[in-house]
Design a protein around this ligand. Structure first.
Ligand code: SF4
Ligand code: SF4
Ligand code: SF4
Length: 281
């Protein structure tokens, strides 16, 4: 295990008790947060044999195995590699790209495969500072897209069709319908307040007659957010209408950040100093 240019090794962090390491484990296939049962079994065996029988799931959807002797790390890396797992998602390396589960009913666009694609393209890349990318399937932003270095929120633009509204009112309110009171149903018919609408698409999911349908889907990109000791909300960057365009744009943002960032700077620090113009061009 060779140390990277910052003197740490990807996926290995000092732990307690002193002298024992914590290993952070990610899967590229399927992708971290969707480990296969075989992979879970291998992690469990490693925790039993080399650790203290405990594993911990991190906020960024990776698994940590604590209480590891440094002399075992090479052997453990081999065992992990044999079933598609690897050490990673620490330090100034590209962190695990996280996403909503693919089975959540509210996904305006399922984003799990996108996370897999981005992880495959960028896992292990060393950048000026920590880089979190979070993909939300709708405006609920369960994976905290607005406080990530790069956050993506999938959107569904809806339209009213000429199919007859049955006035069931299911689309009007939570839990299954509109969460932001953007739909008004009266004797005069159904109207959508476009200023309130957050383009989640919930109303189209619940409308059986097809009176409300999705017209188009897109991805809003936010940059510069973070949590931690000095939390910061990400700023809206741009909206993209295809997965391909999104993958290209995120790759470009990472390149620009690598070029303009300085050691230890998060992308939000670069934006604070230079504005967002460095992201273009
Ligand atoms: S952000 Fe939306 S799609 Fe993602 S888990 Fe939450 S409710 Fe589901
Ligand atoms: S798409 Fe707009 S109108 Fe429909 S449920 Fe979401 S916020 Fe409400
Ligand atoms: S869910 Fe569809 S049918 Fe029911 S009130 Fe809303 S638009 Fe009309």
């Amino acid at each position: 295990m060779s140390p990277d240019r910052y003197g740490d090794t990807a996926g290995v962090v000092p732990g307690r008790p002193e002298g024992r390491a914590v290993l952070r484990i990610r899967a590229l296939e399927p992708y971290s947060s969707e480990f296969t049962s075989e992979q879970i079994g291998v992690i469990a065996d490693i925790a039993e044999k080399y650790g203290s029988g405990i594993v911990h799931v991190t906020p960024r959807q990776t698994v940590e195995v604590p209480d590891i002797d440094n002399s075992s790390i090479g052997k453990i890396a081999e065992l992990l590699g044999a079933c598609g797992l690897s050490l990673g998602s620490t330090g100034r390396h590209m962190r695990n790209v996280i996403a909503c589960s693919r089975w959540c009913l509210y996904n305006a666009v399922p984003v799990s495969d996108l996370a897999r694609k981005l992880n495959s393209l960028h896992a292990g890349r060393v950048l000026p500072g920590k880089m979190d990318i979070s993909l939300s399937g709708c405006d609920f932003s369960c994976v905290r897209s607005r406080t990530s270095d790069i956050g993506v929120i999938a959107r569904a633009d809806i339209e009213l069709t000429d199919k007859e509204c049955k006035k069931c009112s299911l689309c009007v309110k939570a839990p299954l319908g509109c969460q932001v009171d953007a739909i008004n149903l009266s004797d005069g018919g159904l109207t959508i307040d476009r200023d309130r609408c957050v383009r989640c698409g919930f109303c189209s999911n619940i409308c059986r007659p097809g009176t409300i349908e999705v017209r188009s889907r897109s991805f809003d990109v936010y940059v510069g957010g973070c949590g931690g000791i000095r939390p910061r909300e990400a700023v809206f960057h741009k909206s993209l209408d295809s997965e391909e365009a999104l993958v290209d744009e995120l790759g470009r943002i990472l390149d620009r950040y690598a070029e303009h960032g300085w050691e230890g700077a998060r992308i939000g620090d670069v934006i604070e100093k230079k504005g967002t113009s460095f992201l273009e061009g």
